[in-house]
Design a protein around this ligand. Structure first.
Ligand SMILES: [Zn+2]
Length: 332
């Protein structure tokens, strides 16, 4: 029993206040105990304090989660910035079902859908509530293919992408679009993104403003005539950029796109080296530079051989493979 109860005779103001406060508290506890019995009453009192602690923990988690999401939103537009890399949100890394490869051969072991292997009961509702509280944005990477279209390598690249259900971005050259409009149309029809890579694959960083404008215009015209495409993205040949080029792109409403992973696939690099370079250097927001054409004498067999390994490796690392524009979608 509380000390206050044993001293009912106190008559000065402070003592009276303490006694009254004690009586109120006791009355409350006694009320709970009388309602639920002594043991249950004690549990309820503990839960009142325990729940307060749990609530504050949840509030703190929610705040840190929204902070992380804000960081991602702020950094996502930057080229090559590894947003929240190594953070808790990346831990899940669930690959999207849409990016799963179609069974390639007889050796493929089909996995049952997740919902079938997941045991029912409390764990199911727990994982459902975790999904609600902390949505985990997938890491994203974009495969890009320069210099096409052509009749040899571009169709092989398209076949592989189609096999895995992956979309990519093709930066095409105007003169190649004029030669192979049917291949450009196939790129478009299979859902890939198409950007401009200039008309004549010239070093545009060294050209006059007038020549740059003319090259961009010719490329736009070629892409429009070949496949009705109005490219919103531009990748400079050789990555060569000048203030004049930036101004011309700004005037024409095109976005300058570079890359941040370059396995030098056009240079006769062996397939294993191309694949390992990409898989070791990939990060959230990666823009991976590959080629689907490289001039008459270029050998891109390494690219073709490495591509399935690159796709499978990135999916295994938890990446969503998307287009360049897809990298900038809001996280959901
Ligand atoms: Zn190029």
């Amino acid at each position: 029993m509380r000390e206050g109860r044993a001293r009912p005779g106190g008559r000065n103001g402070t003592e009276l206040g303490l006694v009254l406060a004690g009586l109120v508290l006791l009355h409350g506890i006694a009320g709970i105990i009388s309602l639920f019995g002594a043991e249950a009453g004690a549990d309820i009192i503990l839960q009142m304090f325990g729940l307060a602690a749990v609530r504050s923990t949840i509030a703190a988690d929610a705040e840190s989660a929204s902070d992380t999401a804000a960081d991602i939103a702020l950094t996502e537009g930057g080229s090559g910035h590894a947003a929240a890399e190594g953070g808790g949100l990346a831990a899940d890394g669930t690959p999207l079902a849409g990016n799963r490869p179609a069974p390639a051969g007889s050796t493929a072991t089909e996995q049952p859908p997740e919902s079938i292997v997941q045991p029912p009961g409390p764990s199911e509702s727990e994982s459902a509530s975790q999904r609600r509280e902390a949505p985990v944005p997938a890491k994203r990477a974009a495969l890009t293919f320069d210099d096409g279209p052509d009749r040899k390598y571009t169709p092989m690249v398209l076949d592989i992408l189609s096999q895995y259900g992956v979309t990519a971005t093709f930066f095409v050259v105007g003169t190649q679009a004029e030669r192979y409009p049917e291949v450009l149309a196939r790129i478009r029809d299979e859902g890939h993104e198409i950007g401009s890579h200039g008309y004549a694959h010239a070093d545009m960083g060294k050209m006059t403003a007038a020549d740059i404008t003319e090259d961009l215009r010719l490329a736009d015209e070629a892409l429009r005539e070949a496949a009705g495409i109005v490219p919103a993205l531009f990748r400079p040949p050789y990555g060569s950029v000048s203030d004049e080029l930036k101004a011309a792109l700004s005037d024409s409403g095109k976005k300058l796109v570079r890359w941040n992973v370059d396995p030098r696939d056009w240079d006769g690099t062996p397939a294993a080296e191309i694949a390992s370079h990409v898989l070791e250097h990939a990060k959230d927001g990666a823009i991976i530079l590959l080629h689907s054409f490289g001039g008459k004498n270029a050998d891109l067999s390494g690219t073709i051989e490495a591509l399935p390994e690159i796709i499978e490796g990135l999916l295994a690392q938890g990446y969503e493979l998307t287009t360049v524009s897809g990298l900038e979608r809001d996280s959901k």
